[in-house]
Every structure is written in structure tokens, then in C-alpha cells.
Write a protein that binds this ligand. Structure first.
Ligand code: ADP
Ligand code: ZN
Ligand code: ZN
Length: 822
């Protein structure tokens, strides 16, 4: 007879609305707790791993309940405060609890019928699997890569999902997202310069000696420049890292044979254990004041905005705050935007905190993510990490003693997830998390988002500024270069105005380095027929195709479609097709023609497809093997190079005229960030910003470094048009193949919304790119006043959208809701 706590409300990783209630069978009574993973049946034959949200005394009427099949965890994975955060996200971002669950748990933690499984190639079989585990392990090995539901488990007693979970925990098999970069080594080979050659004089002699063996000399150089402290003292370089530098294997063998290099085997460990840790830097006077202010403000505010110019030492201040936390036994979550998460920053933090630091990256394999997750739960051999450096999804990690969340580059829009749901903003989510966990939040940036600055100015956040670069390095000199004038006067050399050409020449003469920023990848932005003005477009999307030199093809940046370059205009047959606009590839070409012998690197998503390639490029720039680095906004992130004296922004206008109410804010942020790369050590840098419109108010603010005026103007405008932060924006987007169906669906919804929300409804309208992947897209925006009831608004919105799903005609229209979409 069912009694108290006989039922469980279970979250399933599905986008389906609804509350799933399961019966707790007699055998599992008393063993089921909120926050645990359980296996439940779903539909006719599928099984899912779900999370128990709560226990219930009563069941919904009139339905026969299915029982929970297995409990996967003895101790709950998640505490109430984590589950509360999930609830908040589902409610605030208007998605299902299942969608939150999918984002929150690494897929290896939720085995289910549709999961793909295979043996982990890096697994070292130490014979510690029990009989049933071994059976399943062998089945998986024999079937290679299959979905869990298709595994032939007929000969294995017990529940296969539970066994599977044990195999995943042991690292014997992998689920879903497989590691692409080989097995995780337990032991690692390092290469070191033999002790007899380590003295300065011996090394000089050696280099002399290797003159005639350039490939060996190259290896030696790479090793000397990249060697790091190894676990247990000495310095060397991990062999895989050396190999990735593209060295010759036979030259390496020769060096080993000659005893110049030696190989050492070490237990793999995170960089820097006890011996090699360094102390945090002593702070400067300004930094000390800022730190003291932050500490004091944390007494009364849950969040503080640290607004410090580039290179002012924000990271050093973070390090001191991390120390505070660790001393009091608390954990720190250090959030960084996607592309800023480089070894540069990880290395800096690890050099101080060693292997107390864990990294949670979106490029980590799922197995690595499972490892971090389990480590924090105390399920691994090593003690739980005390500092987690991670990207936005790290807000879901089960930190149990969270004291501080650091959000570096808080203005970055990659903290917002656009697809799939939950469409959350990690900066905003972090604040809710901090609230539930009684932790503090520090937002750091050189160019605050206007929301955060608004929160700081209105007293919601504490506010601390650092206006000086560390070591009295001056802010760069800004040169606004009028390329409209230059064009008229025929002074342009390809895309370079006279200021930039002169600047590059001077920098090269002084053997300094140059960064050029252009926010478009590819070669030409589009092709245009000079006879009839036809522009080839993607047949699936409403965008022109970009010409890429590397592939020799026209590519669509929205759906990835590629096609050959047409010989003649597809519309009129003319052969006068012209390349228009400049992408990073083209600038690379042009600068090579302009300055003979110039060494150019390119940093964009085409040129660097892996973290490793990215780092190699950065290292090579840092070693001054390149004179110029051309790149997209990947360049703007906290990179610290000592010898860059010139930064060029080739086309500021393309940023300004982007159709988005944030375009000015973003332009200012991007240009300031990239400018911050100039002159970081001892010389004052120069920034040349090319524009057709030097009188533009934003350009004028950029020229003066005048953030305040820009902010004040923009806030006035946003208030007048009720944009965030003066309103909360909800975007409903609709997709369908047939424009007429899309139109009538949107019109109907808009009408219904206007009945309820009146003037707060905007649209429907097509976004700038109206068709993607054959689907037409339309948006309706609802702006809700800050003080209005958001709860009520959601109810009304659901009321309008719900009937669409049931309608014969509109059922196929795909609807998604994005809260705070920008
Ligand atoms: P930000 O994070 O504000 O861009 P960083 O913390 O990266 O600034 O500091 C810029 C550079 O100055 C770094 O190379 C850093 O190591 C150095 N630096 C900053 N503060 C100090 C300090 N107090 N002592 C020594 N070096 C410092
Ligand atoms: Zn034509
Ligand atoms: Zn396309």
C-alpha cells in the first residue's frame, strides 16, 4: 500500500513539457533521495537516466505509474541548492527541467537507451572488473560502437544501465562524445636536455656543434623555449607536445642516441606540484587599494564589478581573492569566455595553486568532464578541486563549498548560450547560483557590459576601478584614420590607408610586432557580377557565399554549404565576377604583397581548428617568429604579448552598422579590447582605426577613450526605446519552410500577444538573415518593464503559444523562446 514518499518526481533529459512521476517499488523504499540518478522506463521500450527532483506522497490521478528500475547513486549527486538552480533556470529561461539536466550533466553521467557507447581506448585493464562488468565490457568491445539500446545484453544478469554506469566510472567505456585526442595517459614521457649540457657554456657549444644538423638544432630550440617544470623537479617537455610541434622523429632519435637529450617517465600530473609553485605577486599600491575595496564591498554586496583597464592586473587581484577563499576552506569558480581559456591563463593560475585547480572546458572530452564532476563529488582518488576554471557550463558543477565566482571578461557575449535550450547567460546564472550558495561574485573587465555598469552605478553591485596599467605602461595612442578621404585622394594601398601603411613600416623597422583586426574570415565577403550586380547566395540560407582561398570554394557561414566558384555569372552569363570585401585571408595576401618578406600569421576559426593549433600560433607569435598577426575577434581576448606596438583595426564601420541595439556597445568593447594588446610592457603602443566616418559619435568616443559619454548616450537611448537594462526582452522565434504558413502563424500569435501585452509587442519581423537551412525565420519581441511581473508575463506567453502546437496547420512551425536574447 503506497504511503508517504511512495512516488518520485523525476527529471528526464527531454524537451517535453510535463511532470514525470514514478512509483518507488517496495524493494527501493527508503533508498530513493532527491538529487540521485535513477533509471526509469519511458514509452514502450526506452530507458532513461533521470534525476529525482522530489519525493511525493500522492500520485496524479487516473494514470498507471511505472516503477523506478534502478537507483544509480547511493549518495545524491546534487544538493538542494543545485536543484534549485535548475528550477530557476527552467522557469526563468522558459524551458523544461529536462533541457536543463541535459546541459548540466556530462553525457557520460546519464546513460540511456539512445546513448552511444564504446570501449575507452586508453583504458588500462588491471583486471579489476567483476564478472558481470567484464561480460558487459566484452559485449561492448565486440560490438564496437553501438547505442546502448542495441547492446546484446541477453546473457548478463542484472540491470545493464547500472553496470554501464560502473564501467563509465572506472573509465573502461565511454558514452556519447568520444575522446578525439587519444587515450589519457597515466604515465607520460618527458624529454630533457642531458645534465652535461645544461650550463650556459655547454649549451652554446652544443648549438655551435649542431649547426650542421638543423633539424636537431630546431628540436633543441623548441625544447629550451618550451620546457617546464616536470612533476618531481627538473625541467623538460612532454613528448606529445614536442611531437605536435611537427619535429622530425629521426632527428629526435639521433639526439637521444647521442645523449644530448634524455627521456624521463613521470606519473602524469597537473602542472606544478608543491615544489614548483610560485607565490602570488606582491600587489602594487593601486591594486592593493582595489583589493581592499573589493573585500570591504563583499561585506555588504553579493556582487562587485571590477572595472580595470587592460593590463591593470585584474588577474593578479583574482589570485589574491582565490587565496582568501582557499584559506577559509571555500571553493572558487573562475569563469572565462570560450576562447580566452588558454594555457596562458590556466598556467598562471596553476603556477600558484598547482593541482588544486581543475579545468572544465567545452573542448574537454566527455570523459574528462565526467572526471571533474566525479572529483568534485569526492568519487575519485584525488581530493576535490578547490578552483575550477571553466566556460559557461561550469556553473552546473557540483561545487559544495562555493565561496566566490569570478567572471572574467564579463562583457563577453559568449557567456550566453543561444542554442539549444536552456538559452542561459552564465553571468546572470552565476549570480543566482551565488545567492543560493551564499557565495560572492566578482565581475572583471576593461569594458563592462552596460547592464553590469548600470547595476554598479545604481548600487546593486559594488564598483571598483583600476585606471592604470601595471608598471606605469601608458595607454596606447589612438589614431583615427579617415579612409574615405584617403580613397578620394587615391592614397589607399589595397585596404590600407596611409596611417596604417606608415605604422606598419615603422613597427617593422623597429622590429616590433603588429596585430591587425578584421572581424570577417574567408577571402572575399562575396562575389558580385559587374554586369548585372548578381551576388551568389547559399541555396539554403539567405546569405551571400564567402569565398575561401584555402578550400578554393564559396562557403556559407550559416549552414556550412560549399560550392565551386562560378566561372560566369549564373544570372547573365558575364565573366566579370568580382571579389568584394576583405576577409582575413585576403588581408594576409595583400600585406604579403605590400611588405616583402613579412611573416604573417592568421588567427581565425578556419586557421586554428583546435586548442593546440591556437596555442602553437600564439607561441610562435610570442617567440617573434611572426611580424604580424591578423585575426578576427579571437584576437581580442586577454592575450599578453610583450612586443606588439601597433594594432590596426581595418574596418571599424562593419562593426558599427551591425543591426542590433548593442552594436555601439560591442564596437566600443571590441576595439578597446583589441587596442589593449598594444604596448603592454615598456613601450607606448599605437592603435590605428580605419573608418569612412570619423565623425561618428562612437568613433569619437573611441578616439578619446571616452566610455562615459558613450554609456550616457546609449543609456538615454535605451531608456527612450525601452531596451535592456530598462526592460526585459523575450524573443519568440518561429521557423518554417513555407513563408505563407510562417507569416500567418506569426500574425496570429502577434495579434494574441497584442491583446495581452499591447504596445510591448514588436514584430513579427524577419531577422537580418531570414532563411537558414531552408527554413524561414521570423521573430516577435516582447519587452517587459523591469518592475512588471515577469511571472505573469510568462503565463500569458505560454497561453498564446500553447494552442499553436495543437493546431493542424501550425503544428509544424517550430517555436523557441529566448529570454534576454542579446
Ligand atoms: P589584466 O588581467 O588586468 O589584463 P594582468 O593581471 O594580466 O592584467 O597584468 C598584466 C601584466 O602585468 C601581467 O603580465 C602580470 O603578470 C603583470 N602584473 C600585474 N600586476 C603585477 C604585480 N603586482 N606584480 C608583478 N607583475 C604584475
Ligand atoms: Zn550577371
Ligand atoms: Zn547556407
Amino acid at each position: 500500500m503506497p504511503g508517504p514518499n511512495s512516488y518520485a518526481h523525476v527529471l528526464l533529459p527531454l524537451a517535453v513539457e510535463g511532470r514525470f512521476t514514478y512509483l518507488i517499488p517496495e524493494t527501493l523504499q527508503g533508498q530513493v533521495l532527491p538529487g540521485q540518478r535513477v533509471v526509469v522506463p519511458f514509452g514502450k521500450k526506452r530507458q532513461y537516466t533521470g534525476i529525482v527532483r522530489s519525493l511525493e506522497d500522492t500520485a496524479p490521478e487516473g494514470r498507471e505509474l511505472k516503477p523506478i528500475l534502478q537507483v544509480l547513486d547511493e549518495v545524491p549527486l546534487l544538493e538542494e541548492s543545485h536543484l534549485q538552480l535548475w528550477d530557476w533556470m527552467a522557469s526563468y529561461y522558459m524551458c523544461t527541467g529536462g533541457e536543463v539536466m541535459r546541459a548540466a550533466l556530462p553525457s557520460g553521467m546519464r546513460p540511456e537507451s539512445e546513448s552511444r557507447v564504446r570501449v575507452n581506448r586508453g583504458y588500462e585493464d588491471r583486471g579489476d572488473l567483476d564478472a558481470r562488468e567484464r561480460l558487459l565490457f566484452e559485449v561492448i568491445r565486440d560490438q564496437e560502437e553501438v547505442s546502448v539500446g542495441d547492446l546484446d545484453v541477453s546473457g548478463i544478469p542484472g540491470d545493464p544501465l547500472k553496470l554501464l554506469k560502473q564501467l563509465v566510472d572506472r573509465g573502461a567505456v565511454e558514452l556519447n562524445e568520444f575522446m578525439t585526442r587519444g587515450p589519457r595517459l597515466k604515465r607520460r614521457e618527458y624529454l630533457c636536455v642531458a645534465e652535461t649540457h645544461t650550463s650556459e657554456s655547454a649549451r652554446k657549444a652544443l648549438e655551435e656543434d649542431l649547426r650542421r644538423a638543423p633539424r636537431q638544432l630546431e628540436i633543441l630550440r623548441i625544447l629550451l623555449e618550451n620546457q617546464e617544470p616536470m612533476p618531481g623537479g627538473k625541467i623538460g617537455l612532454a613528448r606529445p607536445l614536442l611531437m605536435e610541434a611537427g619535429i622530425s622523429a629521426s632527428a629526435l632519435t639521433a639526439l637521444l642516441k647521442r645523449g644530448i637529450l634524455v627521456q624521463e617517465i613521470r606519473e602524469e600530473q597537473d602542472a606544478g606540484d608543491g615544489e614548483v609553485l610560485r607565490k602570488a605577486h606582491e600587489l602594487s599600491k593601486h591594486q592593493k587599494t582595489a583589493l581592499a575595496d573589493i573585500r570591504a564591498l563583499f561585506e555588504e554586496k553579493h556582487a562587485v564589478l571590477l572595472h580595470g583597464v587592460t593590463s591593470s592586473g585584474k588577474t593578479e587581484i583574482y589570485i589574491h581573492l582565490i587565496q582568501d577563499m582557499l584559506r577559509s576552506g571555500k571553493q572558487v569558480l573562475y569563469l572565462l569566455p570560450e576562447i580566452a581559456l588558454t594555457t596562458q591563463i590556466i598556467g598562471r593560475i596553476r603556477r600558484v595553486f598547482g593541482n588544486r585547480v581543475g579545468v572544465y572546458h567545452s573542448k574537454s572530452s566527455d570523459a574528462d568532464r565526467v572526471h571533474v564532476y566525479r572529483n568534485l563529488l569526492g568519487h575519485t582518488d584525488d581530493p576535490p578541486y578547490e578552483v575550477i576554471i571553466g566556460v559557461r557550463s561550469a556553473v552546473f558543477l557540483p561545487l559544495r563549498r562555493l565561496g566566490l565566482i569570478l567572471i572574467d571578461e564579463e562583457h563577453e557575449h559568449t557567456f550566453k548560450q543561444h542554442d539549444p535550450a536552456p538559452r542561459y547567460h552564465a553571468r546572470d546564472t552565476a549570480q543566482v547560483l551565488a545567492l543560493y550558495q551564499k557565495a560572492r561574485v566578482l565581475l572583471g573587465t576593461a569594458t563592462p557590459s552596460f547592464e553590469s555598469l548600470y547595476n554598479a552605478r545604481s548600487g546593486k553591485f559594488g564598483y571598483v576601478t583600476l585606471s592604470q596599467r601595471h608598471g606605469e605602461v601608458e595607454m596606447p595612442r589612438m589614431v583615427i584614420s579617415d579612409i574615405r578621404q584617403a580613397t578620394k585622394r587615391k592614397q589607399m594601398t589595397s585596404f590600407f590607408g596611409p596611417d596604417l601603411v606608415q605604422g606598419i613600416r615603422d613597427a617593422l623597422d623597429r622590429k616590433e610586432q603588429i596585430i591587425l583586426f578584421q572581424n570577417r574570415r574567408g577571402y572575399a565577403n562575396y562575389l558580385m557580377c559587374l554586369e548585372c550586380s548578381h551576388i551568389p547566395k547559399c541555396h539554403r540560407c539567405d546569405v551571400s557565399l564567402t569565398y575561401h582561398r584555402i578550400s578554393g570554394k564559396m562557403e556559407c557561414h550559416y549552414c556550412g554549404h560549399k560550392e565551386p566558384v562560378p566561372h560566369a555569372c549564373p544570372s547573365c552569363g558575364s565573366t566579370r565576377m568580382h571579389m568584394k570585401g576583405m576577409g582575413t585571408e585576403r588581408i594576409e595576401d595583400e600585406i604579403g604583397l605590400l611588405f616583402e618578406g613579412i611573416r604573417v600569421g592568421r588567427l581565425d576559426t578556419d586557421a586554428v581548428r583546435s586548442v593546440r593549433a591556437y596555442e602553437k600560433l600564439l607561441q610562435s607569435f610570442a617567440r617573434r617568429e611572426l611580424d604580424v598577426m591578423i585575426g578576427t575577434q579571437m584576437l581580442t581576448k586577454g592575450l599578453d604579448f610583450a612586443h606588439v606596438s601597433l594594432v590596426g583595426v581595418l574596418d571599424a564601420d562593419s562593426l558599427l552598422y551591425f543591426p542590433d541595439f548593442r552594436a555601439f556597445e560591442r564596437s566600443f568593447q571590441l576595439i578597446s579590447q583589441v587596442s589593449g594588446r598594444a604596448g603592454r610592457r615598456d613601450t607606448r603602443g599605437t592603435v590605428v582605426v580605419q573608418t569612412m566616418d570619423p565623425g561618428h559619435p562612437v568613433i569619437r568616443c573611441i578616439a578619446r577613450g571616452d566610455f562615459e559619454t558613450l554609456y550616457a548616450d546609449q543609456m538615454e537611448e535605451r531608456q527612450a526605446f525601452s531596451y535592456p537594462p530598462f526592460s526585459r526582452m523575450i524573443r519568440v522565434s518561429f521557423r518554417h519552410r513555407i513563408p505563407s504558413i510562417l507569416d500567418s502563424a506569426c500574425d496570429m500569435v502577434a495579434r494574441e500577444l497584442r491583446d495581452r501585452f499591447g504596445h510591448r509587442v514588436f514584430g513579427p519581423q524577419y531577422p537580418p538573415v531570414r532563411k537558414v537551412y531552408l527554413d524561414f525565420i521570423k521573430h516577435i519581441h516582447v519587452k517587459i518593464e523591469r518592475d512588471a511581473s515577469y511571472e505573469r508575463a510568462k503565463v500569458l506567453l505560454k497561453e498564446v503559444l500553447e494552442p499553436l502546437k495543437k493546431s493542424e496547420v501550425y503544428r509544424a512551425v517550430r517555436v523557441s523562446v529566448d529570454v534576454d536574447p542579446y
